[in-house]
Design a protein around this ligand. Sequence first.
Ligand code: SAH
Ligand code: SF4
Length: 368
Amino acid sequence: MINLLDFDSAAMHEFFADRGEKPFRARQTLRWIHHRLVDRVEAMTDLAKATRASLAREAEIRAPRVVRDSVAQDGTRKWLLDVGGANAIEAVYIPEDDRGTLCISSQAGCALDCAFCSTGKQGFNRNLSTGEIVGQLWHANRTLLADAVSAPWVEQGRHPITNVVMMGMGEPLANFDNVVAAMRIMLDDDGYGLSRRRVTLSTSGLVPWIDRLRDECPVALAVSLHAPNDALRDRLVPINRRHPLSALLGACLRYIEKAPRDFVTFEYVMLDGVNDSPAQARALVALVRDVPCKFNLIPFNPFPNTEFRTSPHGRILAFQRVLQDAGLVATIRKTRGEDIDAACGQLAGQVQDRTKRRLQRIRVASPT
Ligand code: SAH
Ligand code: SF4
């Protein structure tokens, strides 16, 4: 069965053209799905009855199934979503006074194995489809509206989610085609109509794909830097061995020419005694001298069996001060949703491991 959530505008137009339908049917369908958030073809009441009936025979609107829905004290909400084959992914809603942000996953697991990341530790399972990626946004908007979430922009008829960050599980640029198609739906006026500045993609630094993103879908860019030199970054972010810092910073400079913002955000996870000294902060200032950028310092979120510890708060402040004294904007990320493990780097689809173990037990127990 075709999943209509998989289609961006071009694919939807092609789908209807192949069936001899007029182009405006594609736009109508996109709007039903992504504006009105319907979950059934039958609900698209301004499509001709015959069109609806034939559409319903071959296509559906299929978002990932919710396995768990947790709400934190601070209003952060995390959905654990089943994507089949004992794989689960996570999407996190972060409410703020002036925006509603959704943190979206792009892969089940991740192959890049950064030393401090719990998603990386579980290994790579598979790429998410376009429908599974944009389905997280469709699901969040639908659920929050059904729960009558209150926000001034919702009262004005806008969707609860105003900003998307591709910072959940997975490396978005390693699933380029599906991620770009999903982001096109987010940006499309017949889709979610978000501006490019309100969609942020975070990458660990896949240089050739940063260039492709710049040419094909330049949204706001965040780059996971985490170290001021190649020797340390090689250890923390292994993809650095293939795309070292000089190449990465070159790609950032090229990106800024087309980016919706005139800076790149550098993410920097604060690891106690590893990358958090004032000398390393000074080396960082020198490293990024030529790149218009802002820093987001992320307190490390520990997980079981990790060798790392979070930098003490005073040390993070001292690090921040060195950057600020050099004229850089540097913020410290507020940890949200701690009581439901919804913070950055905590997303690992825990049900997956348990389901997998259960499946393994069943296999072991089976005589065949
Ligand atoms: N794969 C992409 C996007 C997902 S990770 C990337 O690496 O950029 C989103 C952010 O969380 C990245 O900056 C990542 O380095 C950071 N992160 C990963 N594990 C973390 C942890 N345990 N504590 C804090 N931040 C972490
Ligand atoms: Fe993958 Fe990003 Fe985690 Fe690195 S930090 S393992 S790239 S999800």
